[in-house]
Design a protein around this ligand. Structure first.
Ligand SMILES: Cc1cc2nc3c(=O)[nH]c(=O)nc-3n(C[C@H](O)[C@H](O)[C@H](O)COP(=O)(O)O)c2cc1C
Length: 363
């Protein structure tokens, strides 16, 4: 059973979609770090559903930090964030409760937990559990920012529509911060939202690609072989429900290039070693090289759709047609962006604590 992320700084996740509450425990934090509850609220707002492009389940996500802070700062002891579930409607699941949803975790969870897991709303596997991740990630993000490390994610592609590429990292990351639908090109964002709404009208769903950039991570962070920055980040990113691909820098496209095009040439600039391109996404040998860490995450279309699908009744062991009702996101990509930011911040906090020690954060 592995619901814990990290080594030096750990996040343990608990809860189910339709029980009283979900939450997370952060441990290994440096004592004395300011915790900005406004920042947590703002991050949760970026994950919250809205409009015709999101699920009708609109949770207020009123969180409480029940331990680990005193007078607005971390104590260094386990910090527990609780978020009540208030908008669950379990009757949505009654009619189809023995039919497993294609693409969702229902059948796999049934096998793993011998039928004892809570299936309502996806139970422990629900996207709802990403809310405490986002809350905890906002604390980690605040710590990184104090050390001059900035990060952000844009929707690089959704339903076949492309956003523009990052062109000026600091300006682009600053612009993304206030956008609920995080594209760099607003016109592309409009077209994506139209495509999501069109899929929703058909009872269907769409997927997309998120691209993240992290600025200011010093060179030399990460561990060979199995604690590589790429390994740690992708293990955490793949834990986000609906993530089906992670690629660093040029990713799969690098395999089509010659070495002369894929390599990032080194230069000295203002007394600092830099690379003139960043096809390797800021990581060489699993260790940061001081350039922006850049990676992409593929998000699949939401599995719960309202068109009839082939499934099975796991009690009668008969083939069946699944016609879902209830509330679901017609796309996950715009909400997952806040989760990707959170997970990235948590992993970097963990890696930097491993490299420089707990007290580095207040040094
Ligand atoms: C923010 C967020 C919201 C999600 N909302 C839904 C949803 O409304 N309906 C659904 O079927 N899946 C939703 N998912 C995805 C499922 O939780 C996920 O596909 C499922 O747990 C199976 O995991 P896998 O896709 O990683 O294999 C959401 C995921 C995230 C990150």
């Amino acid at each position: 059973m592995k619901n814990t992320l990290g080594n030096a700084v750990t996040l343990t996740l608990f809860g189910e979609s339709h029980k009283e509450a979900i939450g997370a425990v952060l441990d290994g934090l440096c004592p004395g770090v300011p915790v900005d509850e406004e920042r947590i609220r703002a991050a949760l707002e970026m994950r919250r559903p809205y409009g015709a492009i999101s699920t009708g389940r609109r949770e207020p996500d009123d969180f409480t930090i029940v331990s680990g802070i005193y007078e607005g700062r971390t104590t260094g002891t386990p910090l527990c964030i609780l978020i009540p579930n208030t908008q669950q409607n379990s009757s949505d699941y009654d009619k189809t409760k023995n039919l497993v949803r294609p693409g969702h975790a229902d059948y796999a969870a049934l096998c793993k937990y011998h039928g004892f897991s809570d299936p309502r709303g996806g139970g422990h596997f629900s996207g709802r559990l990403t809310a405490p991740i986002v809350a905890a990630g906002a604390i980690a993000g605040g710590m990184l920012e104090q050390k001059g490390i900035l990060l952000g994610t844009h929707i690089a592609r959704c339903a076949g529509v492309d956003d523009r590429a990052f062109s000026n990292y600091p300006a682009d990351l600053a612009a993304l911060q206030s956008k609920r639908f995080a594209t760099l090109d607003d016109a592309a964002g409009e077209r994506m939202q139209e495509a999501i709404a069109a899929a929703a009208k058909d009872g269907d769903s769409v997927g997309g690609v998120l691209e993240t950039a992290v600025l200011g991570v010093p060179a030399g962070v990460g561990e060979p072989w199995f604690g590589a920055v790429e390994s740690e980040l992708s293990a955490a990113l793949f834990a986000i429900p609906a993530v089906k691909g992670v690629a660093f820098g040029g990713g799969f496209a690098l395999s089509d290039l010659r070495g002369s095009a894929a390599n990032d040439p080194f230069r000295v600039e203002n007394g600092r070693v830099v690379t003139t391109t960043n096809h390797n996404g800021g990581v060489n040998g699993g260790i940061t090289n001081g350039m922006p860490i850049v990676f992409s995450v593929a998000i699949k279309p939401t599995p719960s759709i309202f068109v009839p699908q082939d499934s099975v009744d796991v009690v009668s062991m008969q083939n069946a047609t699944l016609q879902l009702s209830g509330r679901h996101d017609p796309a996950i990509v715009h909400r997952a962006r806040a989760v990707v930011d959170a997970v990235t911040a948590l992993v970097l906090c963990d890696l930097l604590t491993g490299r420089f020690g707990t007290d580095w954060w207040t040094a």
